[in-house]
Design a protein around this ligand. Structure first.
Ligand SMILES: Cc1ncc(COP(=O)(O)O)c(C=O)c1O
Length: 411
């Protein structure tokens, strides 16, 4: 808008100048020319019957919507089952939910009518204790998802390039499309590890600005070792390391690496570790030279009062978080061993709370997912080409595994 000069009302009387060259029209012109579908018909006259979509940015008109999971209530109606009777193993949620302190804290909310703290001070202080990294390096968001978008909006201009290493979390590609950013894909190797030499080559050739790495990776659960990460960090590129599932890996978070690497951002979330996916709280560790700008660019009230209170309450019970994590890790190993016995599945070892399986022996993965859904067990199946032939199963409680195995036996 700064570039468009609006004549001041004192020197121009808009009301009295309504002709074709009135100030109002002159002002509007640069904006109108930015609306590409205003059409000029055969006679050269402007067709002012604009449709709503003509106002939408051109690249967004080609955007395919992100495919989220169905809400529990919708699923329940579709399957004709009560939500309690559906076993949800399709979105890597934590079936144990948050510790009891969260419900107590939500019940005790005193000021829900007051806007939240734009700096999430209480939460960042609690996260500093939890992570060992000072709160000045930490910024919280409405899920890690919001932070991925915030990073893109702050770092990338339309037309800039990022590197994505599929199969991986599809939000990177989706947010890139929303932000008009080009995606250079460096597919993972057949065992789902990163193709580091190719990544280095692509950085040299294409000069992308940013790379998104996920450890453990969704959907296969593989991790990135220090050597590979350091090789990529030594390149002239901003590395966003997504540690949404780090708690299940037995590895230490690399959050404190941001102190020594100006080109590293580490993202984490309460969705998985604390069973708070529905309340939307994520956080990230950033170099001080970067975080300053994200503070300026973020939505002021991005973490709701309920979200901050819940996350703080969850951190008050580290014993619960630890025991839930241990249960899920133990169950992952049991599930893996059981899936290995299913003749038409090949499960992959995972460091996370889900297991990727190749569907073999001519079985159709989509039908497998649909048949299980009919029996009340939801798993994830993929349309994307890199994952055609695979399904992903989240780790649930032992009784969820038992039901899943009974259903798989029937198919
Ligand atoms: C790798 C990865 N990162 C981030 C997220 C999103 O986390 P949040 O729920 O905090 O937005 C997910 C969710 O499934 C994920 O798989």
């Amino acid at each position: 808008m700064d570039a468009i000069r609006i004549p001041s009302a004192s020197t121009n009387n808009f009301k009295s100048q309504s002709g074709p060259n009135s100030p109002a029209r002159l002002c509007a012109r640069p904006m109108a020319s930015a609306v590409p579908t205003e059409q000029i018909d055969g006679s050269g006259a402007r067709n002012h019957r604009l449709t709503g979509d003509s106002f939408i940015r051109l690249h967004l008109r080609k955007l395919s919507a992100y495919q989220p999971i169905l809400p529990f209530e919708v699923l329940s109606t579709r399957l004709g089952r009560k939500p309690e009777d559906i076993i949800k193993l399709d979105a890597n949620e934590n079936p144990y939910g948050p510790p009891p302190e969260v419900a107590e804290a939500l019940r005790a909310l005193k000021f829900p009518y007051v806007y939240p703290d734009p700096e999430s001070r209480r939460l960042r202080a609690a996260l500093a204790v939890d992570s060992g990294l000072e709160s000045e390096y930490i910024l919280a968001g409405c899920g890690a998802d919001e932070l991925i978008d915030l990073i893109m909006r702050s770092v990338l201009d339309p037309g800039d390039k990022i590197v994505d290493c599929p199969p991986t979390f599809t939000m990177y590609e989706f947010d890139a499309a929303v932000n008009g950013v080009l995606v250079i894909k460096v597919p993972r190797l057949s065992n789902f590890t990163l193709d580091v030499p190719r990544i280095v080559e692509v950085i040299e050739q294409e000069r992308p600005k940013c790379i998104f790495l996920t450890s453990p990776n969704n959907p296969d659960g593989s991790i990135i070792n220090d050597e590979d990460l350091l090789k990529i960090l030594n390149q002239p590129i901003l590395v966003v390391l997504d540690e949404a599932y780090i708690e299940f890996s037995g590895m230490t978070s690399r959050m404190d690496w941001v102190k020594n690497h100006e080109n590293l951002i580490v993202l984490r979330t309460f969705s998985k570790r604390a069973g708070l996916a529905g309340l939307r709280v994520g956080y990230g560790a950033f170099p001080l030279s970067i975080i300053e700008y994200l503070w300026r660019a973020k939505q002021p009230y991005n973490v709701s009062v309920a979200a901050e209170v819940s996350a703080c309450a969850a951190l008050q019970n580290p014993g619960y978080l630890e025991s839930v994590k241990n249960s899920l890790v133990q169950e992952r190993e049991r599930l893996y061993n059981l899936l290995k016995e299913v003749p038409y599945l090949k499960p992959y070892q995972s460091y996370s709370n889900f297991i990727l399986c190749e569907v073999k022996s001519g079985k159709d993965p989509k039908k497998l997912k649909e048949d299980l859904a009919q029996m009340g067990v939801m798993i994830r199946h993929y349309n994307k080409k890199e994952l055609r032939g695979y399904v992903r199963i989240s780790v649930g409680k032992p009784e969820h595994t038992d039901t899943l195995m009974k259903c798989l036996e029937l198919l």
